[in-house]
Design a binder for this molecule. Structure first.
Ligand code: GCU
Length: 613
């Protein structure tokens, strides 16, 4: 029985017939799944006035009139149909729309995407056997989206599957009862308008790339399948819990290289867990940036079988030290946005885009990355795990969030759970961050306090923090104080001495008052420079100025008691509409140590030299 619910999308009244709630937070897409990529050219229609949803009186169109119906004017010649996806232009999926069309560069509004999905029937060469009702029988089918910015409604064969909000985390819908043999019509309504009560809110220092920005997959699984598993390792023993969906079947967990093979017969309920203690001789090599050791894990449950690669490591704090596998570690980091290097930057669209960024970070000598200010792609998290980077992952509670809105909190918490659900098994992730540069007030403390508690409940194995702020009580005295520090594992804050405050030389005399007893991580410092702009060390935006700023900040920050990590802002110049300065910024934030083409500024070598010493 479908629930027809009216839900609001940025003030729009949209029919959201939730055929079912989206599956739980952690649908598993590990290798071994039968996935069909839906990447490619999708037809699109730009719809600033939501004509595909509303009549001119702003009441909802009937199902056969809304664009989800995917009708064809050139076939029907119907007076009421004034759209036709098959005659419309196309956009590449995955990919933001801003960098694919001059007309969409600044566009903030609604765009409709459509593609067809062919499911071969009996005659099909892949053995999919159609049921007697024309549906593809014998399996369960899901549509998986890696990310859509910012909100969307998904329709398949003019059935509304549901909606999603949040531009950077995965979601999916079961389509078993809707998918049919032959041609299926997938229509996705996307809207990237900013909103005061959204997450992020209306003001942020990056480009508001809209669209279906990450992978779209059609996944088929057996009737009873492994919806999730969680690996937890405490240094000497490990626990693997397996969550089944659709019933209970015998489950086996194997880590062949460690001689582990656990098996259990059906249990009541759907979550089964195994724990095993490692014997001395078979204890795993621990994952670390210098030895990013991964092991194959194989989980079978009835007809379902998935494989993944996992790393074993521990992360915790002890006083003002961060301990990786029990040993103090210094986070030699850099912060970065999810944006490609190259002539036409946009959201990273592929593993190659991500690898290009990580190779620069490796050349810099980093062992740590702050993935700002929102969850990056799963490819980024997995590749970082393979290449040996520890990660700070973050949800976009950025600047002036609507702290008193319950819907805003629910949205933020959902994004947090979707991020953790996706990456909880990745050894690279060591820190969950709930916010960046948020004003201190009681509503914000309550909001972020709940998020921190939720993160710890969902995943007690990682550090939780936020990027806080400092204040200058005099031009020569920086103070870090924030009620949040009582709740976080790190004292992590952004400071811009030499750029927004004072000059680089002022770093020599700046005095700091910072709480003690927890590790200190500088989550941002830096300044702007245009690659190729030269002058003396007092000329702002010159490479020389930025190089001096890095030298002075590094000297100052390394004097701080408890300093345990740095993630300078930032790896690469990135698009931002808040940076218009013609001839220097040209709508790019120029705080990268490389520019958007990948050219290395002098500051790059200052940081590289520091990390390599
Ligand atoms: C802030 C913010 C960044 C921003 C940076 C800047 O600290 O966290 O997102 O880009 O400052 O001003 O460049």
């Amino acid at each position: 029985m479908k629930k027809i619910v009216l839900s609001f999308l940025s003030g729009l009244l949209v029919l959201g017939a939730l055929a079912q709630e989206p599956a739980a937070k952690s649908f598993l897409l590990a290798d071994g799944r039968d996935c069909q990529s839906l990447a490619g050219q999708w037809n699109y229609i730009v719809d600033p006035m939501d004509t595909g949803i509303y009549k001119y009186q702003m009441t909802l169109l009937k199902p056969n009139r809304r664009y989800f119906a995917d009708r064809h004017y050139f076939v029907e010649e119907s007076r009421q149909i004034e759209y036709d996806f098959s005659a419309a232009p196309t956009l590449a999926v995955p990919g933001d729309w801003n960098t694919q069309s001059e007309k969409l560069y600044y566009y903030e509004g609604s765009v409709w995407y459509r593609r067809t999905i062919k499911i071969p029937g009996q005659a099909g060469n892949d053995g999919k056997v159609a049921g007697n009702d024309g549906k593809v029988a014998g399996k369960r089918w899901f549509l998986y989206f890696g990310a859509v910015n910012y909100k969307c409604i998904v329709g398949l064969n003019n059935t509304i599957l549901g909606e999603h909000k949040g531009g950077f985390t995965p979601f999916w819908f079961e389509v078993t009862d809707v998918l049919k043999e032959g041609e299926n019509s997938l229509v996705v309504y996307v809207n990237n308008q900013r909103g005061v009560s959204e997450v992020p809110t209306v003001n942020f220092d990056w480009w508001n790339y809209g669209g279906i920005t990450r992978d779209v997959l059609l996944v088929s699984v057996p009737k009873v399948f492994i919806r999730d598993y969680r690996l937890r390792f405490d240094g000497s023993s490990a626990e693997v819990s397996v969550t089944l969906d659709g019933g209970t079947v015998p489950v086996t967990v194997e880590i062949p290289e460690l001689g582990i093979k656990c098996h259990t017969e059906p249990q009541r309920g759907e979550s089964i867990s195994f724990s095993f203690k490692f014997k001395k001789k078979t204890s795993p090599e621990l994952w670390s940036p210098s030895n990013p050791r991964l092991y194959d894990i194989v989980i079978t449950a009835g007809e379902d079988r998935i494989t993944d690669k996992v790393g074993f490591r521990t992360i915790r704090t002890e006083g003002d030290k961060i301990l990786l596998n029990g040993k103090p570690v210094f986070l030699k980091g850099i912060a970065l946005h999810d944006e490609t290097i190259g002539t036409n930057p946009g959201r990273c669209r592929s593993e190659e885009d991500v690898r290009a960024l990580l190779e620069v970070a490796k050349d810099l000598g980093c062992n740590f990355l702050r993935l700002a200010h929102y969850p990056h792609s799963e490819q980024m998290v997995r590749l970082a795990e393979q290449m040996g980077f520890m990660l700070w992952e973050e949800i976009p509670c950025y600047w002036n969030i609507d702290w008193s809105s319950p819907d805003t909190y629910a949205n933020a918490e959902n994004q947090l759970l979707e991020m953790i659900g996706r990456d909880a098994n990745r050894a690279s992730v060591i820190i969950w961050s709930v916010a960046n540069e948020t004003p201190r007030n009681p509503e914000r403390l309550s909001f972020l306090g709940k998020l921190i508690a939720r993160a710890r409940a969902e995943d007690p194995t990682r550090l939780v923090s936020a990027a806080m702020e400092k204040k200058l009580v005099t031009p020569h005295h920086g103070v870090v104080e924030d009620e949040l520090i009582a709740l976080t594992d790190l004292i992590s804050f952004n400071q811009y001495e030499g750029w927004y405050d004072g000059t680089p030389a002022d770093c020599d005399s700046l005095v700091w008052t910072i709480p003690s007893g927890k590790p200190v991580v500088i989550s941002e410092f830096g300044g702007g420079a245009r690659y190729g702009l030269h002058g003396d060390e007092n000329k702002r935006f010159s490479e020389e100025y930025l190089a001096l700023l890095y030298r002075k900040n590094l000297e100052m920050l390394m004097r701080l008691p408890g300093i345990s990590g740095l993630s300078p802002w930032c790896l690469k110049d990135f698009r931002s509409p808040k940076r218009p300065l013609s001839g220097i910024q040209d709508e790019f934030n120029r705080k990268g140590v490389i520019d958007e083409q990948g050219n290395r500024k002098q500051a790059y070598y200052v940081l590289q030299d520091f990390y390599r010493r």
